[in-house]
Design a protein around this ligand. Structure first.
Ligand code: HEM
Length: 229
C-alpha cells in the first residue's frame, strides 16, 4: 500500500489521481443530469426514476460512499497539487504562457472550492431537506413517498433558488471545460493537431452538463415546466 501512497504523493501520481477522479465525477454529473432531465417528461417519469433508485438501497449506498470517496480524493489532491505548485514557484515567471497556466490552475482551485460550497448547499437542500423543509416535505407527502417532482418544482419556482442554481452552473461550466482539457493533457493528448478539437469538445461537453442543469432550474422558474399543485 505504501507504493500507492508514494505514487499519489508524487507530482505525476497527483495528476493521474485528478484525471481518474475527475472522469468519475464527470460520469456522475452526466448520469445525474440525464436522470433529472426526466423532469421535462412529467411527474410520473422522474418519480418512477427516484423510486427505482430508492428501492435499491444496498446499491445506492455503495454508489453514495464511492462517490463521496472519489469526491474527497479529488478535492484533497487538487488542494495538495495547487499548494505544491505555489511552494515550488514563490515568484511567478515573467513569461506569458506560464503566467496564464498559473492563472488557470488558480482559477481551478477557486471554481473547485465554489463547487464544494454548491454541493454542500445542494445536499442540505434536496438530500437532507434543511434549507427549505416545506419543499422537502412535499417529496414525502406524494402518493408513494418519492414525489421528487413536487419538491424540485416547488423549489425552482422561488426566483432566488432557481437563479442561485443557474449561477453556479457558470462556475461548473468553467471548471469542467478546463478540467476536460487538463485530463486530455494528462493522458498525453496535447498534440498540435488534437488540441483545437479537445478545446471544442471541452466547451460542448461542459455546456451540455452546466447548460442542462441551468435549463432545468430556469424552465421551472419561467413556467415551461409546471409546478406541482
Ligand atoms: C438543476 C440541477 C440539479 C437538480 C434538479 C438536482 C436534483 C437532485 C435531487 C432531487 C437530489 C436528491 C435525490 C434524492 O435523495 O431523492 C440530488 C442529490 C444529489 N445531487 Fe443533484 N441536482 C442538480 C444538480 C447537481 C449538480 C450540478 C451536482 C454536482 C456538481 C449534484 C450533485 C448531487 C449529489 C452529490 C447528490 C446526493 C446523491 C445522493 O443523495 O445519493 N447535483 N440532486
Amino acid at each position: 500500500m505504501t507504493w500507492l501512497f508514494d505514487f499519489w504523493r508524487s507530482s505525476i501520481g497527483g495528476k493521474v489521481t485528478m484525471a481518474i477522479t475527475g472522469l468519475l465525477l464527470f460520469g456522475f454529473v452526466v448520469a445525474h443530469l440525464l436522470g433529472n432531465l426526466q423532469l421535462f417528461a412529467g411527474p410520473e417519469a422522474i418519480n418512477a426514476y427516484a423510486r427505482f433508485l430508492h428501492e435499491r438501497q444496498g446499491l445506492l449506498w455503495v454508489a453514495r460512499l464511492g462517490l463521496l470517496a472519489v469526491f474527497v480524493l479529488h478535492v484533497v489532491t487538487g488542494i495538495r497539487l495547487a499548494r505544491g505548485n505555489r511552494a515550488a514557484r514563490p515568484v511567478p515567471y515573467a513569461k506569458d504562457d506560464t503566467v496564464q497556466a498559473t492563472f488557470a490552475s488558480r482559477s481551478m482551485v477557486f471554481s473547485g472550492l465554489s463547487l464544494l460550497v454548491f454541493v454542500l448547499y445542494h445536499l442540505l437542500h434536496f438530500t437532507f431537506g434543511l434549507t427549505n423543509p416545506a419543499h422537502y416535505a412535499r417529496k414525502a407527502a406524494g402518493a408513494d413517498g418519492h414525489d421528487v417532482y413536487a419538491m424540485v418544482t416547488a423549489s425552482f419556482h422561488v426566483p432566488a433558488i432557481a437563479i442561485a442554481y443557474a449561477g453556479f452552473q457558470i462556475v461548473l461550466f468553467l471548471h469542467l471545460r478546463h478540467g476536460i482539457q487538463s485530463l486530455a493533457q494528462t493522458l498525453g493528448l496535447h498534440h498540435g493537431r488534437y488540441t483545437p478539437w479537445i478545446a471544442r469538445a471541452s466547451v460542448v461537453l461542459a455546456l451540455f452538463v452546466a447548460g442542462g442543469n441551468a435549463l432545468l432550474a430556469l424552465s421551472v422558474l419561467s413556467g415551461l415546466v409546471t409546478v406541482a399543485p
